[in-house]
Design a protein around this ligand. Structure first.
Ligand code: UDP
Length: 270
């Protein structure tokens, strides 16, 4: 999340504004969320623990699962989770060490399936039904990704966990998050960050004390300022298909709820 330049006014943006106040409100039993159907993008590192060096930290996954299940229960939001695999393997790392790139990327995709199963287990412990749908078919383990099936599961109130990205090498899971969001007609992507940076900044806040967080920013500004918040392919895809992206700190407890309740957290790219 490093900016190539820091001369922009972080608060200024020509994008449509989000309501100033939280827009969740009570309608009968349920609370209306900001969006009815979302894709939650989780990096693999969000399941790990810096403290314990665990690749998949049970307590961390359980906390995420509790928040996801609670969001379902409170808002009845339809949620598809696209999970990454960077805590286990990244294609570029293997390729840098001489492994064939496509093979290395396939290893990364398999890592996302491991994470998806961990997440599934934890969410179902919370009493929330889930389905794992994988872009790489593995019939004994999970269902194949089929768009209409994914939508049906969502309509039935299941959390859909999308594994193996797009099933093709040379991508990261950001681009499938965008693609699946379009396919299932999600109203937004909630991109959880895990590095303590709670949105898009005018410069890397770890390096520049004066860096400011944008509350809203346009897709083109993200691209032109080289604000590395998500893969460029994913950003341009979301722009072309008018899918807003909320970048927020997923490691801060309560933030999934806050995002869905319309609280002004993180940065909205639209
Ligand atoms: N990957 C891929 N195709 C996809 C999605 C993922 O080849 O459609 C591979 C790629 O090697 C990537 C790895 O899976 O590095 C793990 O995904 P990602 O880097 O997005 O994980 P995250 O950073 O979100 O944890």
């Amino acid at each position: 999340m490093v900016a190539s330049s820091s001369d922009a006014s972080p608060r200024s943006s020509s994008v449509p504004s989000v309501p100033e106040t939280p827009i969740a409100h009570v309608t009968g039993a349920a609370v209306s969320p900001r969006w009815r159907r979302v894709v939650l993008k989780l990096s693999g590192e969000a399941l790990a623990s810096a403290a314990s060096d665990e690749t998949i930290d049970a307590a961390t996954v359980a906390r995420l699962a509790r928040e996801i299940a609670a969001a379902r229960a409170e808002f009845e939001v339809e949620m598809a989770v696209v999970v990454g695999g960077g805590n286990i393997w990244r294609g570029t790392i293997g390729a840098g060490e001489g492994i064939d790139r496509a093979t290395s990327d396939t290893m990364g995709m398999l890592g996302t399936v491991i994470n998806a199963l961990a997440l599934q287990d934890a969410i179902e412990r919370e009493g929330q039904p889930t389905r794992v749908l994988s872009a790489v078919h593995m019939a004994e383990v999970c269902e194949p990704y089929i768009r209409r099936r994914a939508i049906r599961h969502l309509e039935k109130g299941r959390v859909v966990i999308l594994a193996a990205g797009m099933g093709s090498p040379y991508f990261t899971t950001d681009t499938p998050a965008a693609l699946r969001a379009a396919e299932i007609e999600a109203q937004a992507i909630m991109k959880g960050t895990h590095s303590g940076i709670d949105g898009v900044y005018s410069a890397d806040p770890r390096l520049e004390a004066g860096a400011e967080r944008y509350e809203e920013i346009g897709f083109m500004e993200v691209v032109s300022r080289d604000l590395r918040v998500m893969d460029l392919t994913a950003i341009t895809f979301c722009r072309d298909n008018s899918i807003p992206i909320l970048v927020f700190d997923i490691m801060r407890p309560g933030n999934i709820r806050a995002a869905l309740a319309g609280e002004r957290i993180g940065t909205l790219i639209s």
